[in-house]
Ligand binder design. Sequence first.
Ligand code: PBG
Length: 331
Amino acid sequence: MIVSSYPSSRPRRNRKNPWSRDLLRENTLSVKDLIWPIFIQEGTNKATEVGSMPGVKRYTTDLAIECANQAFELGIPAIALFPQTPQNLKSDDGYEAVNPENLICKTVRAIKSAVPDIGIICDVALDPYTTHGQDGLIKNGYVDNDLTLEALINQAHIQVKAGCDIIAPSDMMDGRVGAIRNMLEEKQYHNIQIMSYAAKYASAFYGPFRNAVGSSNNLKLGKETYQMDPANSDEAIRETMMDINEGADSIIVKPGMPYLDIINRVSRELNFPTFAYQVSGEYSMIHAAAANGWLDLERAMMESLLCFKRAGACGIWTYFAPMVAKKLQNQ
Ligand code: PBG
């Protein structure tokens, strides 16, 4: 690299005027980078605030259609749906996850017919459906990998039948991407994408999400036996390579901000479409600081998202999506 020294080089020259800063900017954030995660609840015409996530609501299916419409109008390419399952439909084996008439499948069908041109992403994991709040099935006090795979294959199958475009397994069982890919090929769903949570860490930043889907009170044990250790980086590369090998079309690193180094390594070393998930705790943290007058909400939001692009992400899951999209429209 050739770098001249001061005063022949004065880096501030390029920064002096707004037009020059615009011209020399290396990365940009666009509405086309955004995936909007939306919480769904049973009933009609209800939008319920999620206490731990300012500005985020759980929507009934009819109102979720309006969200999808709004997202489409704003130019957001895809939405991701997460259900709050009523407690009486939860069970030890999470059977509701494979019920083709469950809340998620009903909502996917409704959105697909009302807003056919938006991408719909469905989460594959059992935690919204289990009484114990774990992502898989428990046998002898341990989340059993291979037993869980069967349930995940069936869960993915009913979601695809309902019309979802992208399957996003967030469960972190070994071999689930391959198992789901085999099922999709067998059943002739050649063009359904798998966006796998390849490097998902056992993180403290998921707290507000667990309130939103109603799994936090059920959850007694941690998820460390399947989600990754926050201390590990090389392992993220191995996990991602396995998912690519098994048939993933793109991968997710999660959480986002505390894991920018992982996003950078994965995207640069593997040259594979890499998405960042700015999780609930990151969203709520920025809001909480702004509510105290310690941060400027819009500036912190925009900066946090742009930094994912700089790190190498090709897109970002964020609860800020509609707010950012509106802001970008006005720029
Ligand atoms: C569950 C799942 C979680 C999130 C997405 N899918 C929580 C968890 O693993 O406990 C977290 C999302 C967020 O915090 O925004 N499979």
